[in-house]
Design a protein around this ligand. Structure first.
Ligand code: CP
Ligand code: NVA
Length: 314
């Protein structure tokens, strides 16, 4: 039973499939209603605290707008407001928030911070991005692929670039849902071996295949979807100069996309740096589904909150 959502692996395959189905239903209702509120306002009187140590456009607005559309409210707290671990300890932030709100979404530097919040909160805690995972993003990515291809089992997804938080959550959720994932990373920027092992384990059950290479052309050949992310994640800005030459051969450009299937789609969690990890032709071209991914953040995050609050710790 889902109590918190800290990792994409916190959802069983059945729970992930049910959540995607629910998100698709919410999306249909949202558009049928003229992009307004959901009938019955199921979260009336409920508040989601958004504790963010890093900037955000998509995650923050998708949670805030999602709460509004469900009849509830999102309360945003930046690092300047609460200074978790400085002004107040992480356990005390969790204990205080639990007395006022029904759920907490936290964007943090260290993954251990969301784990500490979850340990001390009496309401569900959602990982809104940590240095280890970005599990809300992976849900939106899977919904986007499901919309495009109908089914996820056996789909070939290539991830090209940094073996980072976004890559980790894609590996875990994709493996669980039967997606074949080919990762191409520079040798020093591979995914965490523990995550890879976990993904392999999930893949063994779902029938998915996980492959790891240093060659982007190899990962992308025959792919139905090509995914990349920034070369330097939030918190790693001091490494930019070192990373650029290492990642330059991993740019997703028309030549690389030409090796994928003819109908292949391009994915990126955003924000993107055109001319670095992806060229403008690709991200602004007909194969790009990046704004569908962004929209789908809204629908999966609403489905996630509803699911957690029905079964949750609060
Ligand atoms: N993709 C994503 O999480 O975007 P934000 O950092 O803007 O929330
Ligand atoms: N890997 C990126 C994702 C941003 C949504 C980061 O952590 O900055």
């Amino acid at each position: 039973m889902l109590k918190h959502y800290l990792s994409a692996a916190d959802l069983s395959r059945a729970e992930a499939e049910a959540l995607l189905e629910r998100a698709a239903g919410l999306k249909a209702e949202f558009h049928a209603n003229g992009r307004g509120a959901h009938s019955g306002l199921p979260l009336q009187g409920k508040t989601l605290a958004l504790v963010f140590e890093k900037p955000s456009l998509r995650t923050r607005v998708a949670f805030e707008a999602g709460m509004t559309q469900l009849g509830g409210h999102g309360s945003y707290l930046s690092a300047n407001d609460i200074d978790m671990g400085g002004r107040e300890s992480v356990p005390d932030v969790a204990r205080n928030l639990s007395r006022w709100v029904q759920a907490i979404a936290a964007r943090v530097f260290k993954h251990a911070t969301v784990e500490t919040l979850a340990r001390h909160a009496t309401v569900p805690v959602i990982n809104a991005l940590s240095d280890r995972e970005h599990p809300c993003q992976a849900l939106a990515d899977m919904l986007t692929l499901r919309e495009r291809f109908g089914q996820l089992q056996g789909l070939h997804l290539a991830y090209v670039g940094d073996g980072n938080n976004v890559c980790h959550s894609l590996l875990l959720l994709g493996a669980s849902l039967g997606v074949n994932i080919a990762v191409a990373c520079p040798p020093d920027y591979r995914p965490d071996p523990e995550i890879l092992e976990h993904a392999e384990h999930l893949a063994a059950t779902s029938g998915a295949r996980i492959t790891l290479t240093a060659a982007p052309e190899e990962a992308v050949t025959g792919a139905a979807a090509v995914y990349t992310d920034v070369w330097t994640s939030m918190g790693q800005e001091h490494e930019t100069a070192r990373r650029v030459p290492v990642f330059t051969p991993y740019q997703v450009n028309p030549a690389l996309m030409a090796r994928a299937d003819r109908g292949a789609v391009f994915l990126h969690c955003l924000p993107a740096h055109r001319g670095e990890e992806v060229t403008a032709e690709v991200i602004d071209g007909p194969q790009s589904v990046v704004f569908d991914q962004a929209e789908n953040r809204l629908h999966v995050q609403k489905a996630l909150i509803l699911t957690l609050l029905e079964r949750g710790a609060g």
